[in-house]
Design a binder for this molecule. Sequence first.
Ligand code: HEM
Length: 381
Amino acid sequence: MLSQLSLQDVSSAVTHAVNYLLSLSESYPYLSYAGGAVFVAIVTRWLAERRRNPRGLPYPPGPRGLPFIGAYYEIPEKRPWAVYKEWSKKHGDLIFYKAMGQNYLIVQSIRRANDLFEKRSAIYSDRPPQPMAVDLMGWSFNMGWQPYGSWWRRHRKAFHEHFNANAIEKYDPIQTKALHCFLNKLLRQPAGFGDHIQNLFAAIIMKTVYGITISNDNNDPWMRNIMEALQSLGSVGIPGLYLVDHIPILKYIPSWFPGAEFKREAERGLKITTRLVVEPYEAVKESLRKGAAEPSVVAALISDLPPENHPIRAEEEQIAANIGAVSYVAGADTSGTILLTCFLGLAMNMDAQKKAQAEIDACVGPTRLPNASDRPSLLDL
Ligand code: HEM
């Protein structure tokens, strides 16, 4: 492998290659340019590999793929989690592969994830560049994908002020109201439970984050924005699927260029992402101007902004808008998926259902619904 070559091997290969290219350049100039470009790419890759792994230590096992492109064609386009599970049966719970010169590590167990991301978070908290999603489609607002550094820290600080253990109590009334509405719909139309769940979390987050009340069905324009954004993200969220993620310079190709469908896809995505970040933020600003804004995370962030002419005002505004959007995209679908999984678990396990019901009955009796203050008494739930 490239990383196992010594500096001496490489310098002798460089001398031979340069001599050969010079001898070619007289009779076949274009061929020698192309050869030169390939050669520079190989040396650059070798240097990058040496920087990443100077002692040439072995990587964990995983699909090896083909020379130069690595496992690029094995990166799953659909249901990546199922493919990773299959790979883990063969390779274990740390799976490593290379694709187009980039290194990927799939962490396939909670124990490994804790070891790396909790216990050693000081060295594993950075994020790799994602040209397609972040640079081209505008997902740079998502602090989950921002590189470790002061921009990310400023986002986290703003987020944490409104989503820490003490702050979240004040959102209980919003959650309780949305929950009662959800239970009512579930009782009247149980078959639509999937839609009701989607609407429940959309309603909670839009109200908490923007003070916006969404309509009771899934046709709400704010909800359409988020669904569109998540759909446009689609497979872009799968690390390494797009060639531009491996060769970032491709992001400068103009979108009219033949074969640059990814650029046209990215342009469509960027419009959706911009709408997602800007529209609700502007709506809150407008309500604040009219004195009609409901209390919300974004309203509080806007109220705390430095004065208009302050040098960091524009950046702080961007952070406030980003925090709103990331809370929505990170919180609505994830929470909905957990509740859907909970429904599945309960439907497949009648004993657990009966046990949970008995515990609730013992705690609150038959006349009222449980609320957040009952949580300490509901030990098994
Ligand atoms: C059951 C529900 C949820 C699940 C399973 C979940 C899962 C996750 C996971 C796995 C990450 C790490 C992503 C990464 O590092 O690439 C993450 C990050 C994040 N989540 Fe959640 N989440 C949930 C609910 C929420 C809610 C309700 C919010 C907001 C109100 C939220 C906001 C965030 C944010 C802002 C980040 C990025 C944090 C950072 O990188 O500093 N999540 N979530």
